[in-house]
Design a protein around this ligand. Structure first.
Ligand SMILES: Nc1nc2c(ncn2[C@@H]2O[C@H](COP(=O)(O)OP(=O)(O)OP(=O)(O)O)[C@@H](O)[C@H]2O)c(=O)[nH]1
Ligand SMILES: [Mg+2]
Length: 663
């Protein structure tokens, strides 16, 4: 599809200006949007179809969403991606997305893009916020002064549900932005139709005299465009005249913008931040928030969890058994389906409601802008240990899944900081580990659910911070680059995108259960039922899994879980963390489970699963991002060693506490 495209449009602009939101609307995609700078780290391509002027023919237009950049002088990897795309790939049109509530900073890049001379239009985004503040912008004049067409838009409006909610709550609807997106597409198509003919595939179409009809867009500077300029883009010193650019920007802004009285977002943000980022209250509030989230996921999610559990273990298992018996299916088949697949996959799926509720809140915290406040709060600690506060963004993503989180470390321009961040990101407890805790906490700590969960998540963060300190002192020595945390205003999440994100994440979890966990369950079932000569065994301790497990189990004896079944579940956990749950479901009878694990052992086991080497997919990502086998194996070994030490300490302290009779 992409290769058939006739035109390519690149979306360029400052971080957090709404590029991806616009991209999603133009191409009906579902890329990640978040209210903090640096969400998009790779270029993403989508497309829409336009009609060829004067015909019924359809033409495909590629749209490229780029990572946000402040200037064309790039520092970090994702900035290089964006900059090189614009400079080297010659898109037919650049749409420069500008956050209209932050013109001074955003226009700097606009000036640099103009210097490149590529065809461009400006989409002045966030007009709804500008309007709420009562700020007036003279677009025509601004467009004239910049020499670039400007279309005011609000990328979240239109089909956005939250825009409707905002209206209901008494905010005025944005008159200017109405139809903004449609006008933007219209203008883009208009320019493409003309500029492409003019500069592109048909050079003969340009009369030698250059006296071609001007492009319909009045202010579009086609005549100044010199494709050869792009070839020299590398030689331009983009920041050369920065002082002049800033004074030019100031002139334009003061001539075209009349600030409103209200400053709605600013005032609201200031008020909320007075409490949430308060020096003393900030971190306690964050802990309380997380506690409430976990507690809710347990109480509300728990209701459904019980229902799903009954469905799998009683209804479905009972139905299959009856059906198979009636059909005369062989015993091994019945055993595989009931004790392998239903136990393994069902065991993981039981926790979908709890995962879902966790996603609901974590995504809300990301989308409103609260997560960047948490990063801000921890920035002081990070700076003290010599790591940039920017590291916290990958760490926050690590609560979801280590794979994108490790990739997000690319936003760090300092190599040593980036490597350190990759090493410590897997300590953040990912979504796939949640079922493990949910299972153990549900059985052994149900009265302290929220507290135990909070303990595990906070332990992950603390170990990450401690490790960062250690790594920066030893193998990844070096100064870290200063980082000024940019705090976006609090925003209502776009409910449509928000709902889609939660849906996608939950769906991802269910799909993993149906694919990788399904296969893992079949494999585990086989390995626990057959010996090395592939004959069925009565006692699973004599199976392949039993023999191997018994050989390695003593390693875990000092941690309290020297049972072969527990040891093997940690191995299958390397395939995917949820497989720990499946393995336990398949190998243990409920009685054995409660007999072999005590609350202390359960806690040590959870601590181990929290910290030990991440799953295969995460390991592969770490290898790719570090681009070194040696370092990636070192990372995995380090994580496992830390897990061992931490679980040992927890187990010993736990035993002391129990023996002393305090609990
Ligand atoms: N009020 C309002 N919010 C918007 C608008 N467009 C985007 N947003 C919000 O702004 C935030 C940033 O949007 P993104 O689309 O992720 O921004 P981006 O430019 O892709 O950011 P990076 O990928 O970090 O460079 C999100 O919270 C969006 O919901 C808009 O027109 N009005
Ligand atoms: Mg983006």
């Amino acid at each position: 599809m992409a290769d058939l495209a006739k035109y390519t449009i690149a979306l360029a602009g400052n971080p957090n200006s709404g590029k991806t939101t616009l991209f999603n609307r133009l191409t009906k995609s579902n890329q990640k949007v978040g209210n903090w700078p640096g969400v998009t780290i790779e270029k993403k391509v989508g497309n829409y179809t336009k009609t060829k002027p004067g015909t019924e023919d359809k033409e495909i237009v590629n749209v490229v969403d780029l990572p946000g950049i402040y200037s064309l002088t790039p520092y970090s990897e994702e900035e290089i991606i964006a900059r090189n795309y614009i400079v080297d790939e010659n898109p037919d049109l650049v749409i420069n997305i500008i956050d209209a509530s932050n013109l001074e900073r955003n226009l700097y890049l606009t000036f640099q893009l103009k210097k490149l001379g590529c065809p461009m239009i400006i989409a002045l985004n966030m007009m709804d916020e500008v309007e709420q503040n009562g700020t007036k912008i003279d677009f025509d004049k601004m467009s004239e002064m910049l020499g670039v067409p400007i279309i005011p838009i609000s990328a979240i409006e239109g089909k956005s549900f939250s825009a409707k909610v905002a209206k209901l709550m008494g905010y005025k609807s944005s008159k200017i932005a109405e139809g903004g997106i449609e006008r933007l597409i219209g203008k883009a198509n208009d320019i493409l139709d003309h500029s492409f003919k003019y500069f592109g595939d048909n050079p003969e179409a340009i009369p030698a005299s250059g006296q071609k009809e001007p492009i319909s867009s009045e202010s579009f500077e086609k005549k100044k465009f010199d494709p050869s300029l792009l070839k020299h883009a590398d030689n331009i010193d983009y920041d050369e005249h920065s002082a002049e650019i800033y004074s030019e920007i100031e002139k334009i802004v003061s001539a075209t913008v009349r600030e409103g009285e209200k400053q709605v977002q600013h005032d609201r943000t200031k008020k909320i931040d007075g409490i949430l980022t308060n020096k003393w209250l900030g971190i306690p509030i964050f802990l309380v928030v997380m506690f409430v989230v976990f507690q809710l996921s347990f109480t509300v999610g728990g209701i459904f969890t019980d229902l799903i559990d009954v469905f799998f273990n009683e209804t479905l298992a009972g139905f299959v058994e009856e059906w198979f018996t009636a059909a005369g299916t062989s015993d091994w088949m019945t055993d595989l389906v009931i004790n392998g697949i239903i136990a393994g996959v069902g065991g993981v799926l039981t926790f979908v409601p709890q995962i879902f509720i966790l996603f609901v809140f974590l995504t809300l915290m990301e989308d409103t802008g609260y997560m960047s406040r948490v990063a801000f709060l921890l920035d002081r600690i990070f700076t003290k240990i010599g790591l940039s506060g920017k590291s916290f963004i990958p760490l926050i993503l690590g609560f979801g899944c280590s794979v994108p989180a490790v990739m997000a470390a690319r936003t760090l321009d300092n190599e040593m900081d980036r490597k350190t961040t990759i090493f410590i990101t897997p300590f953040m407890s990912c979504g796939a580990r949640l079922p493990i805790y949910a299972m153990f906490v549900g059985v052994f700590f149900s009265a302290y659910y929220g507290l135990t969960m909070l303990f595990l998540y906070v332990l992950g963060i603390l170990v990450a911070i401690g490790s960062a300190w250690l790594l920066k002192k030893t193998i990844f020595k070096g100064p870290s680059s200063p980082f000024i945390m940019e705090l976006p205003p609090y925003r209502f999440p776009d409910l449509y995108t928000y709902a889609k994100h939660i849906w996608e994440k939950t769906r991802g979890f269910v799909i993993r259960a149906g694919t990788i966990i399904f296969l893992a369950s079949v494999l585990i079932w086989f390995l626990q039922g057959y010996d090395f000569s592939f004959s069925a065994v009565e006692d699973s301790a004599e199976s392949i899994l039993g023999i191997v497990g018994t050989a390695i189990a003593p390693i875990f004896e000092p941690l309290g879980f020297g049972d072969w079944r527990a040891a093997m579940s940690l191995f299958t956990g390397f395939i995917a963390k949820e497989a720990v749950v499946s393995t336990i479901e398949i190998l243990y009878t409920p009685e054995d489970f409660e007999m072999l694990f005590t609350p202390v052992v359960a806690l040590a086991f959870m601590v181990f699963t929290l910290l030990y080497l991440p799953c295969l997919a995460a390991f592969a990502t770490i290898k790719r991002e570090l681009n070194s086998w040696k370092l990636s194996i070192l990372a995995a070994a380090y994580q496992t060693a830390i897990a061992y030490i931490a679980a040992f300490i927890v187990y010993r302290i736990g035993l002391l506490v129990v023996e002393s009779g305090i609990l």
